[in-house]
Design a protein around this ligand. Structure first.
Ligand code: PGA
Length: 252
């Protein structure tokens, strides 16, 4: 049975005051959620302790990035083991902003996935095509390549530590969303590719990300191969984020 997950990626936003403001309604509303959704909060690393301290039962916490090494003279970096030691269960790997703005390569992404798994974190591997690639008809080819490259270090028994987030680059922070049908088609292609890689594809959670809002979440989450969402901007608004969590099927 694959897990339904809604993860909030705060990116480089927030403050200690905002943690308190956001986590209070998440806590009170989460208790009333009966759809079995796993809620993951992914704040800037400095606020992980604050989010954990807000002690909302059932909420898991992640970091947005880890180093591709496990320890040593890498000034400014944070290891997967440190994230785990600090109470995190998840890490985003290969977000398009890291690929584009920080020139992260497939090799680096694969190394980070390996570090995440070795540290006991679940890696949320982000994949997605640009608008030019979609218009050129190469979207599935690009995404399949990102999957093959990013997951090359995953051992046979490590697949339960992998979640894939499909985030078309043109839909991130733009207000543009893939149609539910297009998103479903890509998710089915991703599952197919995972199968080819030897993964227990039917058991892995696949999330959709890119301008998910309260008013488009239900249509996306109703699709057969979409197991939840990776939410950016809308995760910074408590009510909107909780509406998205409620939109997971099985909800009241
Ligand atoms: P968005 O971001 O929801 O603001 O489009 C999604 C993401 O980048 O994870």
């Amino acid at each position: 049975m694959r897990r339904k997950i809604v993860a909030g990626n705060w990116k480089m936003n927030g403050s200690r005051a905002l943690v308190k403001q956001l986590m209070a309604p998440v806590g009170s509303e989460l208790a009333a959620l009966d759809n079995g959704v796993g809620v993951v909060i992914i704040p800037p690393a400095l606020y992980v302790a604050d989010v954990l301290e807000s002690a909302v039962p059932g909420v898991e916490v992640g970091v947005q990035n880890i180093a591709r090494w496990n320890s040593g003279a890498y000034t400014g970096e944070i290891s997967g083991a440190m994230a785990r030691d600090s109470g995190c269960g998840y890490v985003l790997v290969g977000h398009s902003e890291r690929r584009q703005l920080f020139d992260e390569t497939d090799e680096q992404i694969a190394a980070k996935v390996g570090q995440a798994l070795d540290s006991g974190l679940t890696a949320i591997l982000c994949v997605g095509e640009t608008l030019a690639q979609r218009n050129a008809g190469t979207a599935e080819h690009v995404v399949a390549g990102q999957l093959r490259a990013g997951l090359v270090n995953v051992g046979d028994n490590q697949w339960p530590g992998i979640v894939v987030a499909y985030e078309p680059v043109w839909a991130i922070g733009t207000g543009e969303t893939a149609t539910a049908e297009d998103a479903q088609a890509m998710h089915a292609a991703i599952r197919n590719e995972l199968e080819k890689l030897g993964a227990p594809a039917d058991e892995l959670s696949l999330l959709y990300g890119g301008s998910v809002k309260a008013d488009n979440a239900a249509a996306l989450f109703a699709q057969q191969d979409i197991d939840g969402g990776l939410i950016g901007g809308a995760s910074l608004k408590a009510e909107e984020f909780m509406s998205i969590c409620r939109a997971v099927p099985g909800s009241y």
